[in-house]
Design a protein around this ligand. Structure first.
Ligand code: CP
Length: 317
């Protein structure tokens, strides 16, 4: 794997292969010394033009656990604020000797532009671009589901027949898009639930069922309910009447939590708006995988960096 730009590019076997390498990395992360020499001498640059907590720190932890040198770059406080272009920034990173660039950018397609340019000869990993994709989030979500459902028998398995209901701000969600492509490639049956205002144009062509009634969708008994953050920072209009009405119609409230079948997984990519798309009780319940997702994010990003930078050379795991 040279670059990771999208989950849409992955075949079923490639996706299962990444999840299996993630298993190897999770075993390393369960050891007392969570370290491999695999990427010694390589330089990974985290290039974040948008805010992040989970993705940025987990890529940093992942690269360090693989013994890479890590440079973390935030646009805030850099020469980007003086108007420096992506091209000049990339060429600066090339001069520093970056072997991999993990990029988060507000513009959909920025990682693909970087990967196809001759500005830098580095592996490019998309850490979230605009409303397009967030492939490592979907991989860590799929890994979390597979582990919760299949435990020690996960290796080599896909998610055939698993029913996943994704709820909320689909319109602005790169997490939803990456999950739709990846989960359906792995054989899951995906249902999207949202008000019509928060569904993207063209969703009818996606390989999913679409519902507007959350209670009806939950009554179908999905194994996984994935709640999405309302992305107020990307909203320049009123997409629903009030936060209170949104929570009542589309939120995972205490009442809906009580009606979920035992064993239903509750997922959220974070950061959460508690009391809006998810109640605090649901977020903190034993069914919630929120912190598992964060922990699995480190293993997933170790797998992705390893495959992009060491690949067939051998993991040493
Ligand atoms: N899930 C996710 O991408 O979180 P951050 O924005 O904190 O990285």
């Amino acid at each position: 794997m040279r670059h990771l730009l999208s989950t849409r590019d992955l075949s079923r076997d490639e996706a299962v292969g990444i999840l299996d390498v993630t298993e190897d990395m999770a075993e390393v992360n369960a050891r007392e010394v969570k370290k491999l020499p695999t990427l010694r001498g390589k330089t990974v640059v985290n290039l974040f033009f948008e805010d992040s907590t989970r993705t940025r720190i987990s890529f940093e932890a992942a690269a360090k656990r693989l013994s890479a040198d890590v440079i973390t770059f935030s646009a805030k406080g850099s020469s980007v604020s003086k108007g420096e272009s992506l091209k000049d920034t990339a060429q600066t990173l090339a001069a520093i000797g970056a072997d991999a660039v993990v990029i988060r950018h507000a513009s959909s397609g920025a990682p693909a532009v970087l990967a196809s340019s001759d500005w830098i000869d580095a592996a490019v990993v998309n850490a979230g671009d605009g409303t397009h994709e967030h492939p490592t989030q979907a991989l860590l979500d799929a890994f979390t589901i597979r582990r919760r459902l299949h435990g020690d028998a996960s290796r080599g398995r896909d998610l055939d027949g698993v029913r996943v209901t994704i709820v909320g701000d689909i319109l602005h969600s790169r997490v939803a898009r990456s999950n739709v492509w990846l989960l359906t490639t792995l054989g899951a049956r995906v249902t999207l639930v949202a008000p019509g205002t928060l569904l993207p144009f063209g969703v009818g062509g996606w390989p999913v069922d679409v519902h507007h009634d959350l209670d009806a969708a939950l009554a179908e008994g999905p194994e996984v309910v994935m709640m999405l953050r309302i992305q107020s920072e990307r909203m320049h209009a009123a997409y629903f009447p009030t936060a209170r009405e949104y929570a009542r119609e589309w939120g995972l409230t205490d009442d809906r939590l009580a009606r979920l079948a035992p064993g239903t997984l509750i997922m959220h990519p974070g950061p959460m708006n508690r009391g809006l798309e998810i109640s605090a009780t649901a977020a903190d319940s034993p069914a919630s995988t929120v912190l598992d997702q964060v922990a699995n994010g480190v293993s997933t990003r170790m797998a992705v960096l390893y495959l992009a930078l060491a690949g067939a050379e051998g993991a040493g795991a």
